[in-house]
Design a protein around this ligand. Structure first.
Ligand code: MG
Length: 187
């Protein structure tokens, strides 16, 4: 079995950095009347147009993506994948959606190098993850749209619990994901 791991909201804290660049703490964001737990659209919840949302991020360039903080559960998830690799998992890859700005491509690559090492080269950048779907592949992703599309295309998917999906109330995203992954790998 092959595992494809999403980057943002699974390994890296995109939301935290996007909120910060727009002047919000997570607490302030969650206090906004427009905040809806489980709803995907961060841009609208901040009351911004796409253009206004992306402007400071694009201006920050590669550094915005390179400097995203690693989420606290991420090292444990990576360790689990590495230790299971020889027995149940053929290989695992990071599959990440870049933004429309070219700086995100270099920035995401730099983030991966910084956190997984210079020689780590199993990174796929695409906005069309479903093209990688097949019955021997599992996508782990926080986007309900991505996981549904991946399953429709013939792959397997596990929704990673996050503030922006219907599993937002889950207090143990890593435990939930590993339980589902373990089950899928043994089926
Ligand atoms: Mg994501």
């Amino acid at each position: 079995m092959r595992i494809l791991l999403d980057c943002h909201e699974v390994l890296a804290d995109f939301t935290g950095a996007a909120l910060e660049i727009h002047g919000y703490s997570r607490k302030e964001f969650e206090a906004l009347p427009s905040y809806i737990p489980g709803a995907w659209d961060l841009v609208r919840q901040l009351g911004l147009s796409d253009e206004d949302f992306w402007y400071p991020i694009n201006r920050a360039g590669e550094g915005f993506w390179r400097d995203l903080l690693m989420l606290p559960e991420a090292p444990y998830l990576i360790h689990w994948l590495d230790t299971q690799r020889l027995s149940l998992i053929e290989e695992w890859y990071i599959v990440s959606s870049p933004s429309q700005h070219t700086s995100s491509y270099a920035g995401i690559r730099a983030w991966v190098q910084e956190h997984l090492g210079m020689d780590w080269n199993r990174l796929v950048l695409t906005n069309h993850k479903h093209l990688l779907a097949n019955p021997d592949t599992i996508l782990i992703d926080d986007s309900e749209s991505n996981t549904a599309q991946f399953e429709r295309a013939g792959g397997n998917a596990i929704l990673y619990p996050a503030w922006c999906n219907h599993l937002h109330a889950c207090d143990d995203p890593l435990g939930y994901t590993l339980k589902n992954l373990d089950h899928s790998l043994k089926c």
